[in-house]
Design a protein. Structure first.
Length: 256
């Protein structure tokens, strides 16, 4: 009983940690410091540092895959089109106040210095099996350091996370509220909304975690997966599902 209690507490801690990490970066998606302080609501859109000097934009604040990235460290994100856990790339202007560093240097999710200009961070989250521990873990890779052909090596940031499913709600009318039901990344791309990733207003993130050790339960456990299906485990681990809906804050005039 004591062992099961310890494993349950660890599972809860790891699941909530992983969910909070992804949610933190999602809340920052599209963020940039204001460089046009015109407070008039009828004036032109207020420019931020997420925009470049020519008035264009960096790539969309979000990019998701229904399944894994084809190559998580390639400079340009692409999807593998498989049935693996979902993956997501999140971009925003980063500085010393919103990075995970205590220094005055802007960093990515792994604490590596971001050197792009403008200073836009791109953090990619996905799940893979750790080749050393053989455990399924939540990974992150960022564009810090000095990437050339590829980003730097990804690192695990939360243990025992076995699945991630992400659903997106879009504002198809140019307002500030969702007008579509939550959909996966494939449906986002296939939607009739122009530039659909810039019309995402909320993101539903669901993670499934398992206990670190087998043989904790007296019999195979049942749990609900991210689709709400009742699953019977094939081992005697404990399982937990964690989910949250995150509203994207950095939106104006119907675009990020």
């Amino acid at each position: 009983a004591s062992r099961a209690t310890d494993e349950k507490a660890r599972l809860e801690s790891e699941g909530r940690l992983a969910l909070n990490l992804v949610a933190f970066h999602l809340r920052m998606a599209g963020y940039g410091q204001l460089v046009d302080a015109d407070p008039s609501p009828d004036g032109p859109p207020r420019k931020t540092l997420f925009f470049d000097d020519t008035g264009g934009t960096v790539p969309a604040a979000l990019f998701g895959c229904a399944g894994s990235f084809s190559d998580p460290v390639a400079l340009t994100s692409a999807c593998a089109g498989n049935t693996q856990p979902d993956a997501i790339a999140i971009r925003y202007y980063v500085d010393q106040f919103n990075s995970n560093s205590t220094t005055t240097t802007p960093t990515d999710c792994l604490g590596q210095v971001v050197t792009t200009a403008p200073t836009v961070v791109e953090n990619r989250f996905f799940i893979r099996t750790n080749a050393t521990t053989l455990k399924s873990e939540l990974y992150c890779v960022g564009n810090g350091g000095s990437p050339t052909a590829n980003l730097n090596a990804p690192q695990p940031i939360a243990e025992n996370i076995i699945d991630m499913k992400i659903r997106y709600s879009l504002d198809a009318s140019g307002g500030q509220s969702a007008t579509t039901a939550p959909m996966d990344a494939t449906a986002v791309v296939a939607s009739a909304v122009p530039d659909p990733w810039s019309h995402v207003v909320s993101v539903n993130v669901c993670l499934v975690a398992q206990s670190a050790n087998d043989g904790v339960a007296t019999s195979p456990q049942q749990y609900r997966d991210c689709a709400g299906q009742l699953i019977t485990a094939t081992d005697k681990r404990l399982y937990g599902t964690f989910s949250s809906v995150i509203t994207l804050r950095s939106r104006a005039s119907g675009s990020i």
